[in-house]
Design a protein around this ligand. Structure first.
Ligand code: GTP
Ligand code: MN
Ligand code: MN
Length: 368
């Protein structure tokens, strides 16, 4: 205790610290429980509860206060009966029996394990589960299981990829990709997007948008970049999806989550020497680790919409699109903002927020 400070103040301070620790624990219990429920319904592809629980989670996350009793929870938007029961349970017992049941569920555990492999979605995972497969070794030993190229690489680099990336590693990846782009296309621009643009400390991949001012040139950018990465011996895997933008007519009736831009999903070799601090996750002796990188190359006039769409988070994107539709009667997606019978132009994300009548939100405010 510092000299000269009244004991009462110190005690009150201590009590406050203890109090906030217990409320932090409570709210993180609730967040974790909701995360499991969202994930469970995602894995089992049950859309209704997945949407309901993710909305409740993002409302509860954004509350300026922590929940200490049931009072007031009925007035919260998107917090339905089931979430309120969950809150009640956690308040009363400090745990949720439904969540514990899910966590112990063999199907949940297996689907979660299988979908943790790059290239394995809920459908494939469920197919394998229904074949009676329960472990990676069983999958790899089954002569009837055909792995595609992406899944083969997912298994091959599983340990590295499941480790996730630190912000320092993401910066190192940014430097490598930046140098590569400057070499093959000096006039192109590459910007960080996704979770690391939102300031996350940890992520599963690093996302970039690459653009050029020369119309039509964006379609040749990604092959050039991949070629150069290959020359440097840094390309471990690539899946390129050329643009299908011209084939589809915009406005499309159904504004979709995915977009039609040229994009590639990569696994790159990141050398430990490039990471500031040495890169703790780089296995000693080998000197490099595998990292997941996504690149998307929209036409320059679509840049703002791509940036808004790829910065995420996924929940923020869903909420923003829903806001546009329900509150403004507009359609927003990764390509455009459509209002009644016209497209609204945007050079920056700020223009899009302005069209929607919203105050601009910084990327770090979009972590919902
Ligand atoms: P991490 O798990 O740490 O990577 O978080 P993240 O927020 O960066 O997630 P992710 O890299 O999966 O996606 C970033 C944003 O890009 C999200 O808002 C996605 O909706 C969007 N996105 C990711 N992949 C695709 C894709 O193939 N097509 C489209 N249209 N959008 C994508
Ligand atoms: Mn990402
Ligand atoms: Mn990504």
């Amino acid at each position: 205790m510092k000299e000269g400070r009244p004991v009462a103040v110190e005690t009150r301070h201590l009590i406050q610290v203890r109090y906030s620790l217990s409320t932090i624990c409570l709210s993180s219990l609730l967040q974790d429980a909701l995360e499991v429920l969202v994930e469970y319904h995602e894995l089992t592809e049950i859309e209704g509860p997945r949407v309901a629980y993710s909305r409740a989670a993002s409302v509860l996350k954004s509350l300026p206060w922590t929940i200490e009793s049931m009072g007031g929870t009925e007035a919260l938007p998107c917090v339905g009966e089931k979430t309120r029961t969950l809150i009640q349970e956690i308040l009363q017992y400090g745990r949720s029996f439904e969540v514990e049941k899910i966590l112990a569920d063999e199907r949940y555990q297996t689907l979660k394990l299988f979908t943790s492999v790059f290239g394995v979605g809920p459908k494939t995972a469920d197919k394998w589960y229904r074949r009676g497969l329960r472990s990676f070794s069983q999958i790899l030993a089954d002569p009837d299981v055909q792995l595609n190229r992406m899944q083969q690489n997912g298994f091959l680099h599983y340990t590295d990829l499941s480790r996730g990336l630190s912000a320092a590693e993401a910066r190192a990846v940014e430097a490598v990709v930046g140098e590569t782009v400057r070499t093959v296309a000096p006039n192109a621009r590459v910007v960080l997007t996704g979770g690391f643009r939102r300031g996350k400390e940890f992520g599963h991949d690093v996302d970039f948008i690459v653009t050029t001012a020369e119309p039509g040139r964006e379609n040749s950018l990604l092959p050039l970049i991949m070629g150069r990465l290959e020359e440097q011996g840094l390309l471990l895997f690539q899946a390129h999806h050329p643009s299908t933008l011209a084939l589809k007519k915009i406005p499309c009736r159904r504004f979709e989550a995915m977009d039609y831009y040229s994009k590639c999903f990569l696994i790159l070799k990141l050398e430990g020497s490039r990471v500031q601090g040495g890169g703790q996750a780089v296995p000693a002796g080998r000197g490099w680790r595998a990292v997941r990188v996504d690149l998307v190359a929209p036409p320059i006039e679509r840049f703002a919409f791509t940036q808004l769409g790829w910065t995420g988070s996924k929940q923020f994107e869903r909420d923003l699109r829903r806001f546009a539709r329900v509150e403004r009667n507009m359609l927003l997606d990764n390509h455009a903002l459509f209002d009644k019978n016209q497209f609204l132009a945007a050079v920056t994300e700020k223009d899009i927020f302005a069209h929607l009548g919203l105050e601009y939100m910084e990327p770090w405010q979009r972590n919902a």
